[in-house]
Design a binder for this molecule. Structure first.
Ligand code: SIN
Length: 550
């Protein structure tokens, strides 16, 4: 196996073996890759995007586009008042309150408690979080947080700063056999190879050629599912790849019905694909949500007003749109005189859409933003398939429950990426029982992407009903079967399979909870349960799965 070093244009070349394959190059994937390499593992990162170049404007990961920041409890932080005193207990209480009864406190506490040490590692790798004149980290507030605990970088360019720091740290790793990270850029994983019940590697498609990497451990860190919908805050790569790979490999998924809609995506009528996010931190710094008549959108809805948990605010926005018949609401930023300096990313995004920040009014609508559920993992990122790990948005650890607390996701990706690396270190001695030949995918249902997105946007969005879900299920079931032969078709197969799982999960949940609102079942059951699904003979079936045997 060649050992080309990380850098512009570098790739894994004829790579066919590694100690760890990481699928995805966001915060969870690169953190795992770095930690594993620090322990001497050889790592191949399969990245759907182009090779990283510091001078390139964008990377197609959700991490890169993250604005608000990282929610973290800092020890020994200088307190600026009674509203400022934080603790893991308080962070957990806020996480549980947002999570609509499905956040697992046992899994969540250690993740939150590991936050500061993980953020410290990120800072050591070069992440330049914003600080005040005394060098103290600046903190802001977002929805559902009872104190200011969100650290940020570049104002609202937190994700870009993190992505840059991680890539720089990767680039600084010495090359050499067994001590390097190699990238397969512009590549998509098409299948997880499982041999004798154990992971043996991945198959991938790159430049119209199929290849394999043998490895005893594979980490799915593929991000989210935003492109199930016509408009989303997610980058183009958020096409459910990891969910589909995990289902086909035999892993379980849970809580897929909880697709979080961000309350403030820039309103751009008729546009498809990634839309500009207006960070919740804008409200944390004093922005106010008003309807077309200037009335507060959240008055009387929740004691936390515009900074209530995200599901509450998104639904209040939807209600205001319905009641006024106006297609959007507005974020009034007149109370933020320094807006452009504090929010340069948002300012550039709205300017690109022809809106002048000096107008003090940003038109917004709810937009598909985050998959709260995902591939079921234990607290070490292990799935039910021996050797298959998942971390970041693709995973369901139990932290997010029915509605993720804002800015808990970068934290989770960081913490779980580190834990996944530790698992990979423990498995490095395992070798595939035999070489497995290159395999190409078989026929799979593939629905036209526009039809799929329009169906999901109309029937399975912020509000659902049994009739709408049945109509969506029928459309998805009509998908023709084809052999995916391009990256786009591999993505479309993943979107189609995941859409059927989301619809199955939303149909099974005959109540309203968190990010899942059923207009025909508005009540919330007294006791909440997660529903777990798997793929059986090509069909999504409820699995009644209760834990992970490791
Ligand atoms: C935001 O900046 O509003 C997004 C934060 C998040 O999704 O956690």
């Amino acid at each position: 196996m060649s050992t080309s070093t990380y850098g512009p244009g570098a790739d894994a070349g004829d790579a066919d073996r590694a100690d760890l394959v990481v699928v995805g190059a966001g915060i969870a994937g690169l953190t795992a890759a770095l930690c594993a390499a620090q322990s001497g593992l050889s790592v191949v990162v399969v990245n759907k995007g182009p090779s990283w170049r510091p001078d390139r404007g964008e990377q197609p990961t959700s991490t890169f586009y993250a604005q608000g920041g990282v929610a973290v409890v800092m020890p020994d932080v200088r307190s600026t008042g009674p509203d400022d005193v934080d603790s893991i207990d308080l962070h957990l209480a806020d996480t549980l309150a947002a999570g609509g009864g499905l956040t697992d406190p046992v899994a969540s506490r250690p993740i939150l408690a590991d936050g500061w040490s993980s953020v410290s590692a990120l800072i050591a790798w070069g992440a330049d979080f914003d600080r005040d004149a005394d060098g103290e980290l600046l903190r802001t507030r977002e929805g559902g947080h009872s104190v200011r605990r969100i650290i940020h970088a570049g104002g609202d360019a937190t994700g870009a700063a993190i992505q840059r720091a991680l890539h720089n740290a990767v680039a600084q790793r010495e090359a050499g056999p067994g001590r390097c990270i190699r990238f397969l850029d512009d590549a998509i994983v098409t299948g997880i190879r499982v041999d004798d019940g154990r992971v043996a590697g991945v198959s991938y498609l790159r430049n119209a050629r199929w290849g394999v990497v043998d490895a005893p451990t594979v980490l799915l860190a593929t991000g989210g599912a935003g492109h199930l919908y016509a408009a989303t805050t997610n980058p183009s790569g958020a096409t459910c790849d990891g969910i589909a790979l995990a289902l086909r490999a035999g892993a379980h998924v849970a809580d897929l019905e909880f697709i979080q809609f961000h309350p403030t995506m820039l309103y751009t009528p008729g546009a498809r694909g990634r839309r500009t996010l207006i960070s919740e931190a804008v409200r944390g710094e004093g922005g106010r949500l008003v309807d077309v008549h200037g009335r507060s959108v959240t008055d009387g809805v929740h004691p936390m007003g515009d900074l209530a948990p995200r599901d509450v605010v998104a639904n209040a926005v939807e209600t205001a749109i319905e009641l006024t018949g106006h297609p959007c609401v507005y974020l009034d930023i007149s109370g933020l005189p320094d807006f452009e300096r504090r929010f340069p990313t948002v300012s550039a995004g709205i300017r690109a859409a022809g809106i002048d920040p000096a107008d003090n009014r940003i038109p917004v609508v709810p937009g598909a933003h985050y998959l709260c559920g995902g591939v079921v993992t234990d607290d070490e990122a292990r799935t039910a398939v021996d050797g298959l790990l998942a971390a970041g948005e693709v995973a369901r650890t139990g932290l997010h429950g029915a509605n993720r607390l804002a800015s808990n996701s970068l934290l989770e990706g960081l913490v779980m990426g580190r834990r996944a690396a530790a698992v990979a270190v423990g498995r490095r001695h395992l070798r595939p029982t035999r070489p497995v030949p290159v395999t190409t995918p078989g026929p799979a249902p593939i629905l036209d992407r526009d039809l799929l997105q329009d169906t999901m946007s109309r029937r399975v969005a912020l509000r659902r009903s049994a009739d709408g879900l049945a109509a969506a299920a029928a459309t998805i079931a009509s998908a023709p079967r084809r052999i995916p032969a391009t990256v786009r078709e591999v993505e479309d197969a993943a979107l189609t399979l995941t859409a059927s799982a989301v619809v199955a999960a939303a149909t099974a949940r005959t109540e309203s909870r968190g990010a899942h609102v059923r207009t025909d079942c508005p009540l919330t059951a007294e006791v909440g349960e997660s529903h777990t699904f798997r793929l059986v003979d090509g069909e999504i079936r409820e699995s009644g799965f209760a834990g992970i045997a490791v």
